[in-house]
Design a protein around this ligand. Sequence first.
Ligand SMILES: Cc1cc2nc3c(=O)[nH]c(=O)nc-3n(C[C@H](O)[C@H](O)[C@H](O)COP(=O)(O)OP(=O)(O)OC[C@H]3O[C@@H](n4cnc5c(N)ncnc54)[C@H](O)[C@@H]3O)c2cc1C
Length: 218
Amino acid sequence: MALYYNKTDRSRVRRHSRRGAYSRATVHAILDEGFVGHVAFCVDGQPYAIPMLYARDGEQLFLHGSPLSRMLQGLADGVPVCFTVTLVDGLVLARSAFHHSVNYRSVVALGEASAVRYPAEKHAALRAIVDHVATGRSEDVRGPSAGELKATEVVRLPLREVSAKVRTGPPVDAKADYALPAWAGEVPLVLAAGAPIPDDRCAAALPDYVANYSRARA
Ligand SMILES: Cc1cc2nc3c(=O)[nH]c(=O)nc-3n(C[C@H](O)[C@H](O)[C@H](O)COP(=O)(O)OP(=O)(O)OC[C@H]3O[C@@H](n4cnc5c(N)ncnc54)[C@H](O)[C@@H]3O)c2cc1C
């Protein structure tokens, strides 16, 4: 398999094109660190962008939800979608309002989703989503019953037309503005887990993946 996604006319990053990245490794790393994406699609000419959990399995993403959801119904029917994931790494405060920015890593994937129908495949996809949110979690919990499986729509989105965009580093100010007295620099932002709060009726010991929860990936 090629190391890079094909750059298409639709997926080529245009503004600050050097920040565009098409390597599978970069795209996968962003998708694996994130766990909430936004699925955009059109119904009757009206665009929607809906937040969802997801998991990556090789070159496909899995999404799940109620079959009653208009979005999942549409996705299962193969409507064109745009799926985005954004990791915000910091604020970039420049000396002018104009040059303020954000350090980030983001992915945009274009394509068509399709329904995952076979129970074994559905099962595996749901395990992947649970484990993507908390690694190892699916081993510890009851899996879906036949009824629960039926009541859950699962769709796959193949990763074909995909781009990443990554900004790092300090502000880039206009030459003359470096003499201004305003503070300038970066404010790093991280997603950090707070102390776990056990449910009142939970007698189980705290698993490591909860005690040491982190989205950082090696
Ligand atoms: C972080 C996060 C993760 C989520 N993960 C999942 C997931 O994995 N699976 C899943 O099924 N759902 C998930 N949801 C909920 C999801 O965003 C939708 O609310 C749900 O899938 C569809 O609900 P519906 O059938 O009412 O929506 P639809 O019929 O798709 O939408 C009806 C209308 O409800 C409103 N609406 C729907 N969702 C939202 C929302 N989240 N915020 C504000 N307005 C909304 C919009 O106006 C929309 O047009 C997640 C939400 C969040 C915030």
